[in-house]
Design a protein around this ligand. Structure first.
Ligand code: MRU
Length: 358
């Protein structure tokens, strides 16, 4: 985002291409990648070059438009639609947990179907896809801001705020979800003290949250994941805010591995634990947390990555879930663009999504 001095994900209309800031290089190098085909887009999402639920959704929406723009040679709308479905399934296979990926692709398919019903030919279909993708991007920016305003009402000047993983400007097309209230507070002189969990094993907290917060002049202290209890006991934390990859209908929330441990600690210390997420992150089709598919990633991310030589015996068994589910009873409230959703979440979520009584 321009006001942060970097762009997480945007569209270069002249090519067209999706341009992303390669987050695997941060904080050492600010390198932008220009992506024009489905292989490079899927690879960028899988390898976390673009990551964070809302940013993945935006990249997928822009991405499927860009991929289809590269297939102008398809003159028949039926072959165009068939190819769209293939690319959609391919991009959807990149990562399983963040529902925004599927939500964005479904939304793009809806726009395509509407354009087909309107009798558009291939150039018209492309126009409709471009328009929808840019709407997804712009809405994400607006949503982050509203979410930030709503979240800020829960906070007081001078508070210590713990966050886990990265749910900032690098995880969205806007000012982030969990970090949006922090940025707005910063602009208004709240003087927050942020504590960033390093977030093993991929270090999104250390590499990304610390990078973007210090770039914006926010006071941030890096701690290892196992230091959160100590920071809470010291009285340094008055609120915990994290982002989220998928919220089930009962409020159970999947976020970066380690989040549920922080939530349980917060309850023990009597500290409010907030999840900040756009409504597009709520998946009413998942009744509860155990219906959410949790991504499991390569064991080498634990045993070798970041080290100059492997830090575990060769061939050691590993278990590397990328996310965990925080039970709704540990969540004080969900911060959304439509306001604060309080327990019981089944009712407040249903109301926010305008769903009929179940
Ligand atoms: O594996 P990642 O880096 O994509 O995981 C990201 C998170 O867990 C974020 O907290 C979540 O996507 C919310 S981003 C606003």
């Amino acid at each position: 985002m321009q006001e942060f001095g970097f762009h997480t994900v945007e569209l270069d209309r002249s090519i067209p291409a999706v341009v992303i800031l390669d987050q695997t290089r941060l904080p050492r190098q600010e390198l932008y990648l220009t992506l024009t085909d489905e292989e490079s887009l899927r690879e960028a999402i899988y390898h976390l070059k673009v990551r964070g639920a809302p940013a993945i959704g935006v990249a997928a929406a822009l991405g499927i438009y860009v991929c289809m723009a590269g297939k102008k040679a398809l003159k028949e709308t039926s072959s165009f639609q068939k190819e769209f479905s293939r690319v959609k399934d391919y991009l959807a296979s990149a990562r399983p947990t963040a529902v925004n990926l599927f939500w964005a692709l479904e939304r793009m398919e809806g726009a395509l179907k509407q354009a087909l019903r309107d009798g558009k030919s291939v150039p018209g279909l492309l126009e409709a896809l471009e328009k929808e993708a840019l709407a997804v991007l712009e809405e994400d920016r607006q949503i982050c801001r509203s979410l930030g305003e709503n979240g800020l009402r829960l906070l007081k000047p001078g508070m210590g705020i713990l966050t886990h993983c990265n749910a900032g400007a690098l995880a969205t097309a806007g000012m982030g979800t969990a970090l949006a209230p922090v940025y707005l507070g910063q602009q208004r002189g709240y003087g927050f003290h942020v504590f960033a969990d390093e977030t093993r094993p991929l270090l999104q907290g250390a590499r990304l949250t610390c990078w973007e917060l210090s770039k914006a002049g926010v006071d941030v202290t890096l701690i290892c994941d196992n230091m959160a209890s100590m920071a809470m006991k010291n009285g340094w934390i008055q609120a915990v805010i994290t982002g989220c990859d998928r919220v089930a209908a009962n409020g159970d929330s999947a976020n970066k591995i380690g989040t549920s441990a922080v939530a349980i600690l917060a309850k023990e210390y009597g500290i409010p634990f907030y999840i900040a997420a756009p409504l597009s992150t709520i998946d009413a089709n998942c009744r509860e947390g155990k219906d959410i598919r949790i991504e499991e990633r390569a064991g080498k991310e634990i045993s070798e990555m970041w080290y100059t030589h492997p830090m575990a015996p060769e061939g050691i068994k590993t278990y590397n879930p990328a996310f965990d589910v925080t039970d709704h009873r540990y969540i004080t409230a969900l911060i959304t663009e439509k306001g604060i959703l309080s327990p019981p979440f089944t009712a407040s979520i249903r109301q926010a999504l305008s769903l009929p009584e179940g």
